[in-house]
Design a protein around this ligand. Structure first.
Ligand SMILES: Cc1ncc(COP(=O)(O)O)c(C=O)c1O
Length: 491
C-alpha cells in the first residue's frame, strides 16, 4: 500500500533553468569499444543491409559528363532516340542527376539470393607476399552466374518486364554477362538471345551450356543472321570477333524488330549505377573491419565492376571525405585507358550506336584472342573515362601471363580461383602490396574480385602448359584504327 501511495504522489517541480540545462547537455553515454578480431577473415552483412538505393556519381561530379551524340545530326541524343533499344525507365536512369536512385523491391528481393556479398581480409596472401600492407577483397563470384553481372541483369530484366517487353537481345564476351541476362530473363519470363564473341564461344562451351540451361539461345558472333555479321565474315571468314562486332549484331536485331529490346552488360551510365551496390556494401564492411582503403583496384573491360566498387568511395571523397588512390587494371593487349585516345567514338564496330566520348582504341580495333574475353572491348565507360580525365583515377596495363601468375598465387593462398578478368585486379593489388613492402609503408588495399574462374579452366591449363602468348603491342594497327575515328568539330 505504502508503495502505491508513493507512486501516485506528484514529483516535486524542478526549476525551469535546471530542466533546460539538463536538456542541453545529455549525460555522456558509456561507449563500449568493440575490438575487431585482428585475425577475422570475412565481414558479412545481413540481408536487411542490402542497399535500398543505387549511388549516382553524376550528382557529385565537379564537371558534367560530355553529352552522347546522334551519329547523323551530331546533336545530343534525346530519350526518344534511345527508345527503340531500351525501356524508358532505363533511359531516364541514363540521364538522371539524382544522387540516390531507389532499388525496386522485386530487384532487392532477387538480390537476396546472393547479396550482400562477402568482404574478405587476405591474411594468407599478405603472409605469402611478406607485405606490410593490409589487403581486403570484395567477392562477387557468389552470385548464381559467378560474377557481378547479375546486379544489372536483374535490374534491366525487371524494367523491361515492367514495360511489357518479351524479348531481349545482347552480346557477351566472357559469357558471364550472357549467363547473367539468361538467368534474369528466366526469372522474369523474357526470351533472351545472346551473340557470343566467337573466340569465347569456342574457348568456353560450358558458359554456352549454362545460358542454354537458363533457356537462352546463344549464337557465335560474327554470325550469318545479321547484316553486320555477314559483312564481317565476308571481309574475314576466320574473324576471332570482338565485343564491338557482337554489339553490332545485337543492336541490329533490336533496331529491326519492334518486339525486341537490347541490353548491354557494361559501359552505359545505368549499368554502372546498378553495380554500385558493391561499393556501398564495401564501405559498411570496411567500417566493420575498422578500416578504410588507401588504394582501391578494379579490373576494367567496359568499366562496370570497377565503377561499382569505386564510385561510392570516390563520391565520398568528392563530398569532402578521405582521398583514395584508385587504380583501373586493364589488359596490355586491349589498353583503352592507358593507350587509347579520349574522343567521340562508336560503341560498336558497324557504327549503329550513338557517339560517346570515351577512351577508345578505335571501333575497328581487333584485340588479339587472349583469355580475358570480358576485357576485349575497344572503348571504356564514358563515366570512367571522364574520371580519368579529371585525375580522379589512374590506370595500369598488365600482360596475361603476369595476371595468371597473380591469379594462381591468389588461388593457392586464398582458395578462390579468380576469373581471368579478375586476375587483372589481383595483379594490381599484389603490385601495390609489393610496392608497399619495398617502401616499408602499410597502406590498406581493397580490390574487386569480380568473378570466379570455374568455367575458365582451359585458360588456366594453357597458362600452366606455357601456351599463353604475350603479344608485342601492335602500334601500327592501333594508329590505323584511331585514324578512322569520327571527326567531331567541338572536341
Ligand atoms: C568476370 C568479369 N569481370 C570483368 C568483366 C569486364 O566487364 P566490366 O569492366 O564491365 O566489369 C567481365 C565482362 O564480361 C567479366 O565477365
Amino acid at each position: 500500500m505504502a508503495r502505491k501511495a508513493k507512486a501516485k504522489a506528484k514529483p516535486a517541480r524542478k526549476p525551469a533553468k535546471k530542466i533546460l540545462a539538463a536538456k542541453k547537455k545529455p549525460a555522456p553515454k558509456k561507449l563500449t569499444v568493440l575490438k575487431v578480431n585482428p585475425n577475422q577473415k570475412k565481414f558479412i552483412l545481413g540481408e536487411e543491409r542490402i542497399p535500398k538505393t543505387w549511388y549516382n556519381i553524376t550528382a557529385d561530379l565537379p564537371k558534367a559528363l560530355p553529352p552522347v551524340l546522334h551519329p547523323g545530326t551530331l546533336k545530343p541524343v534525346g530519350p526518344d532516340d534511345l527508345a527503340p533499344l531500351f525501356p524508358m525507365a532505363l533511359i531516364m536512369q541514363e540521364v538522371s542527376q539524382d544522387r540516390q536512385v531507389a532499388i525496386p523491391e522485386p530487384v532487392r528481393d532477387i538480390y537476396r539470393m546472393w547479396r550482400p556479398t562477402p568482404l574478405y581480409r587476405a591474411h594468407a596472401l599478405e603472409k605469402a607476399l611478406g607485405t606490410t600492407a593490409k589487403i581486403y577483397y570484395k567477392y562477387e563470384g557468389v552470385s548464381p552466374a559467378g560474377s557481378h553481372k547479375p546486379n544489372t541483369a536483374v535490374a534491366q530484366a525487371f524494367y523491361n518486364k515492367q514495360e511489357g517487353v518479351t524479348k531481349l537481345v545482347t552480346e557477351t564476351g566472357a559469357g558471364q554477362w550472357g549467363s547473367s541476362l539468361a538467368m534474369a530473363g528466366a526469372m522474369f519470363g523474357i526470351d533472351v538471345k545472346v551473340y557470343m564473341v566467337k573466340v569465347s564461344f569456342n574457348q568456353k562451351p560450358y558458359r554456352r551450356a549454362l545460358m542454354e540451361t537458363y533457356g537462352a539461345r546463344c549464337v557465335a558472333s560474327p554470325s550469318d543472321e545479321t547484316n553486320a555479321g555477314r559483312q564481317i565474315l565476308a571481309a574475314d571468314p576466320n574473324s576471332n570477333s570482338s565485343l564491338g562486332i557482337a554489339i553490332s549484331e545485337a543492336v541490329e536485331v533490336a533496331a529491326t524488330n519492334p518486339d525486341t529490346k537490347y541490353a548491354l552488360g557494361s559501359v552505359l551510365n545505368h549499368v554502372l549505377l546498378h553495380q554500385t551496390v558493391i561499393g556501398t556494401e564495401a564501405i559498411e564492411q570496411m567500417a566493420m573491419a575498422d578500416a578504410y582503403p588507401d588504394i582501391i583496384v578494379g579490373c576494367t573491360g567496359g568499366g562496370s565492376n570497377f565503377a561499382g566498387l569505386t564510385f561510392p568511395f570516390i563520391g565520398a571523397q568528392l563530398r569532402g571525405g578521405k582521398k583514395v588512390r584508385v587504380i583501373a587494371a586493364e589488359p596490355a593487349a586491349c589498353p583503352s585507358l592507358t593507350r587509347g585516345r579520349y574522343a567521340y567514338d562508336f560503341g560498336d564496330t558497324s557504327h549503329m550506336t550513338p557517339l560517346v566520348k570515351m577512351h577508345t582504341l578505335g571501333s575497328t580495333f581487333m584485340p588479339p584472342g587472349f583469355h580475358a574475353g570480358g576485357l576485349r572491348y575497344h572503348g571504356m565507360a564514358p563515366l570512367v573515362s571522364h574520371l580519368k580525365e579529371l585525375g580522379l583515377i589512374e590506370a595500369e596495363a598488365y600482360t596475361q601471363n603476369d595476371c595468371f601468375a597473380a591469379g594462381v598465387l591468389f588461388a593457392r593462398h586464398e582458395g578462390i580461383v579468380p576469373a581471368p578478368e579478375a586476375n587483372h585486379a589481383v595483379r594490381g593489388a599484389i603490385n601495390a602490396a609489393l610496392d608497399a613492402k619495398a617502401k616499408g609503408t602499410s597502406p590498406t588495399i581493397l580490390f574487386g574480385l569480380c568473378g570466379h574462374g570455374h568455367f575458365d579452366m582451359q585458360a588456366y591449363m594453357d597458362y600452366t602448359a606455357g601456351k599463353l602468348e604475350d603479344r608485342a603491342y601492335d602500334q601500327r594497327m592501333l594508329d590505323e584504327s584511331l585514324a578512322g575515328l569520327p571527326k567531331i568539330a567541338a572536341e
